[in-house]
Write a protein that binds this ligand. Sequence first.
Ligand code: 13P
Ligand code: SF4
Length: 307
Amino acid sequence: MVDRDVELVEKISDLKKKRNAVILVHNYQLGEVQDIADFIGDSLELSQNAAKTDADVIVFCGVHFMAETASILCPDKVVLLPDMNAGCPMANMITAERLRTKKKEHPQAVVVCYINSSAEVKAESDICCTSANAVGVVESLDAREILFVPDQYLGHYISTKTDKKMILWPGFCPTHVRIKPERIQELKQEYPQAKVVIHPECRPEVIALADEVLSTSGMCRYAQRDEVREMVVGTEMGIIHRLKKENPGKRFIPVSEQAICPNMKLINLEKVLWSLEEMTPEVKVPDEIRLKAIAAVDKMLRIGRKL
Ligand code: 13P
Ligand code: SF4
């Protein structure tokens, strides 16, 4: 660790104790931020952790919808997002108003929303899901027709695993569409022993080449298996830091070094420290939305991880 980091990490650690804060970090964050995590994980694990922490303050190192989910689950805690500009373009591809219009076109459909969505969209939905439990959530529903928002590719992936009729919103992740099947074919030739793991936000032609389709933490667990020595990784680059750290001696090959989510990279050590010092920027979901959104999040947490 460089001197700048040592000093910052010490200051963050002191202030964290003083504020009774917990630092929750998504698997795509910068390595320097991953290394100060009290808990690092995927969207499902982070929301489970937010729900059970007894800290007074949650410093959320991720993107806005993740901090909002923590605020929905923990209305009495202060939820800090060290950079308010850290949004998710996919989450911004739908609004509550447009969802209400779509619901009128499909009155029989149950609305399942990917957790990568705003609190207002969650408030209009019947149940949430994450990449870790999406198939399990949809299969658990006593409904023939599902309106799935906003990720068309995760929705398409679910449709290959269920008999239910899936109506898909046309959203997508601009980072995951940079992952191309041609490159995976080349890497399969170059590393014939490697396992190919793909995030379900990728396009169907990419998913078709996967040995495993997994959430980010699913990938981290899979990497620890003895039989996995080399892994071709089809998701955002940030996960490579954790994979290498937890599995010294194994080889991790990203499909695309351009698969970087700029929003996930906005948070750094300076911003975490500043956020704890100033106790800002705070993400707080207003009660009138929170009380509607919590039902969808709670239902998902009760079902748990089934993928
Ligand atoms: P995970 O829940 O698999 O970590 O995915 C979150 C995300 O934003 C993927 O783009
Ligand atoms: Fe959103 Fe994609 Fe970034 Fe995940 S990687 S936060 S889905 S833009």
